[in-house]
Ligand binder design. Structure first.
Ligand code: KIV
Length: 273
């Protein structure tokens, strides 16, 4: 007798993502950080919801992803998990919670999985974090890698420009992708690298490769929800396609509300008890 709820049976799994790649079907992934938006994004049919540490930027207003804490990521992740019925929920392990100490990496991953109910974690980097990746995987926690522009290393790069344009960095990136696959990662995000290199990585490794600013020839795409919905308005990189202009919609709605309150038009008698 099955103890699964019917909604559990329909959830996207890491195995299904692999099947999508094998069949040549693209994978859709978006970020979410709260219950209300995660519910809408899940209902729209996205395959993977990433509780990204971009929450540090779009939710908290920090300049970089570095300040967000493990506790804050768990708060965002548990809000998202409560809303999601279908998508696979992946959570970024934040800066300082896994690099250079595999025991701490395991502790962080286990806290995320236990306290939020998420289904997988994501980490940035290749060979430098191999021990952490292996340790997390040894506990049965699925791991997604992240190579190319890795925002947790922004002070090493000094700029958010395209990565791996030079041969040496491109070769290391390919080696890192092969390493992450051999460790057992179920997918890799490639951020802001030449499309040609991303294509080569997606052809070299068997696991799904999800791009952001990495061109069309990868196995799926990810965007930050606030950017693609037009909530953020000063961030317009070339790779971003804006699917809505929610900032204008919200400005207009709130402006009309303020007007109606000042004009003593809201609430009217039908809106009162
Ligand atoms: O934190 C995030 O939103 C991310 C995506 C840009 C892939 O890592």
């Amino acid at each position: 007798m099955s103890i699964h709820k019917s909604s559990d049976l329909k959830r996207v799994t890491t195995h299904q993502l692999q099947e999508l790649k094998n069949r040549g079907e693209k994978i859709s992934m978006l970020t979410a950080y709260d219950f209300s938006m995660a519910g809408i994004i899940d209902a729209a049919g996205v395959d993977i919801i990433l509780v990204g540490d971009s929450a540090s930027n779009v939710m908290a207003g920090h300049e970089t992803t570095l300040p967000i804490t493990l506790d804050q990521m768990i708060y965002h992740a548990s809000s998202v998990v409560r809303a999601v019925n279908r998508a696979l929920v992946v959570v970024d392990i934040p800066f300082g919670s896994y690099q250079g100490n595999s025991s701490e990496a395991l502790r962080s991953a286990i806290r995320i999985m236990k306290e939020s109910g998420a289904h997988a974690v994501k980490v940035e980097g290749g060979a430098e974090i191999k021990e952490s990746v292996l340790r997390i995987l040894s506990a049965g926690v699925p791991v997604m890698g992240h190579l190319g522009l890795t925002p947790q290393s922004i002070y090493k790069f000094g700029t958010y420009t395209v990565r791996a344009k030079e041969d040496a960095e491109a070769e290391k990136l390919i080696e890192d992708a092969i390493l992450l696959e051999s460790c057992g990662c179920f997918a890799i995000v490639l951020e802001k690298i030449p499309a040609k290199l991303a294509k080569k990585v997606a052809e070299t490794v068997n696991i799904p490769v999800i791009g952001i600013g990495a061109g069309q020839d990868v196995d799926g795409q990810v965007l930050v929800m606030h950017d693609m919905l037009g909530i953020t308005h000063e961030f317009k990189p070339r790779f971003l396609r804006q699917y809505a202009d929610l900032r204008t919609t919200i400005l207009d709605a709130v402006g009309r509300y303020v007007h109606d309150v000042k004009a003593k038009d809201f609430p009217n008698s039908k809106e009162s008890y």
